[in-house]
Design a protein around this ligand. Structure first.
Ligand SMILES: *Cc1c(COP(=O)(O)O)cnc(C)c1O
Length: 487
């Protein structure tokens, strides 16, 4: 499998899965995609229907990574997707059986003739869907580094979900350290405790005196110091990482099998979206031949993507125009994986992708409304909608009353938008992206009660915490990294 950049540089060069695993952007600023999507045959689909999650992940990944020996890849997926890791299911009666499914499908009911269900992606260590891919990345990184006798220092900034998913994926991994910057005293008590209570010696939490943007600016400043970056082997695990996207393809297949009895049926998915990483994986599953009817993109008040799918206009927002909402993991000003879809939409024309994303940088966006390409959005199955605080709270309340099920704020945005796109006879699967305990304030507002807390998280906030407070100063962060890498 060869990989190419959406902007066309290095066409004719060979990039394997392992080559791009540890990297980020292609050198022309584009994103990597496979030279063509592998197709799944009817026979394969039939054979995959009954596979356990880890083996399904192996089958799908092996189509994208032909340079990792198959036995190694199988061992990596089996080590990653275990019932012990995905044990935080909330249905006490049959918790073990559900955990073994890794991503159990929870049926809600039938609305407008469409069976409606939630695909639980948030039973992993940090109770958010990012664990699904990040846990695999942790094992892939460790494996690849070990093979080449290398080490890696991961530097990141987080306002919550991504940072904790990265830390739980990398804790205790040989050859890897994590330096995670978070805004001091700005995260919820639960999220702070999740990260800061980690005592693993390879995990470093840096509480930056400032807001999330200050932390992000420090990461950019350090990454732009190429000498420092090379000397200290600095890397990232952001959402454009190809291995993260491909790991997410797996649960679309798993969800499809759980919601259907035969491969003649079609289903739709609704995906709470921010950086377009999760739904990009759905697009790839569809391109591989999974019978997906619609991919519904659900946004919150930050409706950059909804605007595009409704109008053909892609207009990124300035930081000051980005709302801080009660579904904060979708508070984005531009969608960093969107370029992958645009590449396919434009018939894989790298020159046009380059021009459009130059326009994003220089003019703040582009307009495809008048072009024939926008009409093709429907051929790719995409539709969209958005939610806001009031509809979010209302949806959490309604689902709790009607189905006795507590959902988090991001999943609520998904469900609200899913209901606008139901088709009789076609199952609608809403991806559940986090558990309610992570966003307790809104649950209390909606339901006047405490969010459900998985048993393993009892007393989390009173565990001892390990973190370092640093000023919003890139040099101080560099000094800290230098002092703690033994280089
Ligand atoms: C990251 C995240 C999202 C958005 O996913 P993208 O891949 O960025 O579109 C949605 N919900 C939750 C809970 C998240 O953590």
């Amino acid at each position: 499998m060869n990989y190419l950049s959406t902007r066309g540089a290095g066409a004719g060069e060979r990039h394997t899965f392992s080559d791009i695993l540890l990297g980020g952007l292609a050198k022309d600023g584009g994103l990597y995609l496979p030279a063509q999507y592998p197709r799944v045959s009817a026979d394969e689909l039939t054979r995959w229907r009954t596979l356990p999650y880890a083996d399904l992940a192996f089958e799908i990944l092996s189509k994208f990574s032909d340079d990792i020996p198959v036995e190694d890849l199988r061992a990596l997926t089996r080590k990653t997707y275990t019932a012990e890791t995905y044990c935080h299911v909330r249905d006490d009666g049959e918790a073990d059986r559900l955990a073994a499914q890794i991503t159990p499908l929870k049926t809600l009911g039938v609305e407008n003739g469409a069976p409606l269900s939630l695909l639980e992606l948030s039973n992993g260590p940090t109770l958010a869907f990012k664990d699904m891919a990040m846990q695999l990345i942790g094992n892939l990184f460790e494996y690849t580094l070990d093979k080449h006798g290398e080490t890696l220092n991961i530097l990141g900034a987080t306002s919550g979900d991504t940072g904790s998913a990265a830390e739980y994926a990398m804790r205790g991994k040989k050859g890897i350290r994590v330096f995670m910057l978070s805004p001091h005293k700005k995260m919820s008590a639960f999220q702070t405790a999740q990260m800061y209570s980690l005592q693993d010696p390879n995990i470093f939490n840096l509480a930056v005196e400032g807001v999330f943007d200050d932390a992000q600016d420090i990461v950019k400043a350090v990454s732009n110091d190429h000498a420092f970056k090379a000397k200290y082997k600095i890397g990232t695990v952001n959402s454009i990482n190809w291995a993260r996207v491909v790991a997410q393809v797996v649960y679309y297949f798993k969800g499809y099998f759980a919601a259907t009895k035969s491969n003649d049926e079609r289903v739709s998915f609704t995906v709470p979206s921010g950086n377009f990483g999760n739904v990009c994986a759905g697009h790839i599953a569809r391109m591989m031949g999974l019978p997906i009817e619609k991919l519904v993109v659900a946004t919150n008040e930050n409706d950059v993507l909804d605007e595009f799918f409704r109008t053909g206009i892609y207009r990124v927002r300035k930081a000051a125009e980005t709302y801080h909402t009660s579904s904060p993991s979708m508070d984005i000003s531009k969608a960093s994986n969107f370029e992958r879809f645009v590449f396919d939409l434009l018939g894989r024309d790298p020159a046009r992708v380059l021009q459009l994303f130059r326009d994003v940088e220089e003019k703040g966006g582009f307009d495809l409304a008048a072009s024939g390409d926008f009409a093709r959005v429907k051929e790719f199955g995409f539709v969209s909608g958005s939610s806001n605080h009031d509809t979010r709270v209302e949806t959490i309340r309604d689902v709790f009353q009607r189905y006795d099920t507590m959902i988090d704020t991001h999943t609520a945005d998904g469900l609200k938008v899913a209901r606008e796109h139901l088709q009789s006879g076609i199952p609608m699967i809403v991806l559940e992206t986090a558990q309610p305990i992570k966003f307790g304030e809104t649950i209390r507002e909606a339901l006047l009660r405490e969010p459900e807390r998985p048993a393993a998280f009892t007393g989390l906030e009173s565990l001892p915490q390990r973190f370092e407070v640093v000023p919003a100063d890139a040099q101080r962060v560099k000094d800290f990294i230098a002092a703690n890498t033994g280089a």
